[in-house]
Design a protein around this ligand. Structure first.
Ligand code: TTP
Ligand code: MG
Length: 557
């Protein structure tokens, strides 16, 4: 059998998932809602509901009409406008990040964060007094030993899996992985309580929801007597789709591999995959690899189903790497040019509004607001519907096609109204891209359109221009050399649908380091665009440009 990947046990990474996030945003605004069953509606769907509603039988992604039938007293609020969720998400993220040394705090979507707290744990392990663990002090600030909280280091904060009693009479080796996890569990407890106290939001650490935390304790390796590791015991019965990092398309390919059926809806568990004859990284690579798949996907998924994920938690950025707005359209709604143009204007207005919210620094109230970053590329993507087959069945096309063009600099003009800017950008740019994607005047029927600004370049701050050269600007001047390009996304597993899948209006702001499932979000498949450095000629992907600028600025090369 293939060997299990080696886990980096030096790291302690905490993971937080906020409870019923969109619903909580409304509850924080109006606390009276807390005691009522509350559902958040997008299109005809409950995107989330609070736990009072869940107690009465409601659940995420239920149809509104079913929710009303099951719980007629449900309070329904509209959640189409994502602004308040985005703002709350950013606020909580910055709050949590302010506690963490080294800033390795990564947002995964709106309501999940990973925190690499290794340095804080190592330091605090060093402060433990082995003779009196019950009155330990967790120091949150190396410069000020009085900042922190007291805790009992003889037992875990929250639950453990499997259940573990405190260890007062069975002291652990202080430097052991288990002790480090124990100290980490207290930090997690502190962060969760601070977040609730200061911001009004509860979160779950680990798996048991809501407002709880669980530490999966060692041993993480199988015993010499053949006993399974706690990781395997925990993961084995889970359906593969439930494992973070295995999205719907990967899960479908795995199901087909294991069941031997060309389409399969059968429940397949982690154990089914793990013990499938011949299973290991090469077979996973063969099953899941291919155009558009992440490199080394076999190795990565093999690690994940063994509970090993050594992906680094990267430092969060304050600026997104791209912003995109999309909507889905029922059959027949986007089958002529005039409707397309009208919808593009709607999307482009949202896009400009979002750019002005996320990319403008308005803190300097004396002068003009300043653009913190300039995206350089405008991208249009569409998802055409497949024509019906000869038997009349229409297969679902999950592939998007895209075209990009340099972003017109007029989009940064703050004197022009959003309405007139949007009309001009659609007329002069988006419609041209659209015609290149769909040369035929009709005969297509689009299920989705997405307009995005990508290829973000942060504006050089004053301190970074010490060499007198603004190479950020020089990079930007290369816009003219950026050629248009078309991406055909990799072919997924088409599945038959009887009606259009209900998808809400989606605004996506992508942050560096976003978890790339490679399948849920079409954007993940678009290759990174590199730009030649005007000074040294190296090909620099957009996310590395700022670091490269600093490199040149600092050594004077
Ligand atoms: P989740 O973390 O899946 O859900 P949640 O935070 O509401 O509930 P839980 O307590 O179970 O974690 O998603 C976070 C938010 O994302 C959720 O509040 C609403 C939104 N969302 C969508 O927009 N579309 C979706 O398909 C899902 C599942 C969630
Ligand atoms: Mg959540």
């Amino acid at each position: 059998m293939a060997t299990v990947p080696v886990r980096n046990d030096r790291r302690i990474v905490l993971h937080l998932d906020y409870d019923c996030f969109y619903a909580s945003v409304f509850e924080v605004e109006q606390p009276a809602l807390k005691s009522q069953p509350l559902a958040v509606q997008q299109k005809q769907i409950v995107v989330t509901c609070n736990y009072e509603a869940r107690r009465r039988g409601l659940f995420k992604l239920q149809l509104i009409k079913d929710a009303k039938r099951i719980c007629p007293e449900v309070v329904i609020v509209l959640g189409e406008d994502l602004t308040k969720f985005r703002d709350a998400s950013k606020d909580i993220y910055l709050f949590i990040r302010s506690f963490i040394w080294g800033g390795r705090v990564e947002r995964l979507g709106f309501d999940e964060i990973s925190l690499d707290v290794t340095e804080m744990i190592d330091y605090n392990i060093g402060l433990l007094n082995p003779n009196d663990l019950t009155r330990s002090f967790f120091c949150l600030d190396q410069k000020d030993p009085t900042v922190g909280f007291t805790y009992d280091a003889t037992s875990f904060h929250g639950s453990t899996h499997p259940f573990r009693e405190g260890c007062a009479d069975a002291p652990r080796e202080l430097s052991s992985l288990e002790m480090r996890l124990l100290v980490g569990s207290h930090l997690m407890g502190h962060l969760r309580s601070q977040m609730e106290y200061e911001k009004g939001f509860t979160a779950t650490g680990g798996v048991h929801k809501p407002n709880q935390q669980t530490t999966l304790v060692p041993p993480y390796e199988p015993g010499s007597d053949g006993t399974e590791s706690n990781v395997t015991q925990f993961l084995d019965n889970h359906e593969i789709r439930k494992i973070p990092g295995i999205g719907s398309r990967l899960a479908q390919k795995l199901r087909i591999r294991v069941t031997g059926e060309s389409t399969s809806e059968k429940k397949v568990t982690v154990r089914d995959i793990r013990l499938y004859p011949g299973m290991g990284p090469p077979l996973l690579e063969k099953t899941l690899g291919g155009p558009g798949a992440a490199k080394g996907i076999g190795q990565r998924i093999w690690g994940i189903i063994h509970g090993v994920d050594n992906t680094e938690v990267l430092e969060g950025r304050d600026l997104p790497t791209q912003i995109s707005i999309e909507d889905s359209y029922g059959r027949g709604r986007l089958d002529n040019v005039e409707n397309v143009r009208r919808e593009l204007i709607v999307l482009t207005k949202s896009l400009i509004r979002r750019m002005r919210t996320d990319l403008l620094d308005k803190s300097d109230d004396k002068g003009q607001p300043r653009w913190l970053a300039h995206p350089r590329t405008l991208r249009l993507s569409t998802r055409p519907r497949n024509a019906p087959e000869t038997d009349g069945v229409r297969t679902y096309n999950s592939n998007r096609i895209s075209r990009s063009t340099p972003l017109p600099s007029s989009i940064f003009n703050l004197d022009e109204s959003i309405d007139s800017l949007a009309e001009r950008i659609v007329r002069d740019h988006a419609m041209l891209m659209f015609r290149k994607l769909h040369a035929e005047k009709s005969g297509w029927d689009l299920g989705l359109m997405n307009i995005a600004v990508t290829n973000m370049v942060e504006s050089a701050g004053d301190q970074k221009q010490s060499s007198g050269r603004d190479i950020g600007k020089m990079f930007r001047q290369q816009e003219s050399t950026l050629r248009e390009w078309t991406v055909q996304e990799p072919v997924g597993q088409p599945h038959e649908v009887s009606s259009d899948e209900p998808v809400g209006l989606e605004e996506t702001t992508e942050w560096a380091n976003e978890w790339e499932d490679g399948d849920e979000n079409g954007d993940g498949d678009v290759p990174l665009l590199s730009v030649e450095c005007p000074l040294c000629g190296a090909a620099i992907p957009h996310f590395a440009q700022q670091a490269h600028e600093i490199y040149h600025a600092s050594d004077g090369n």
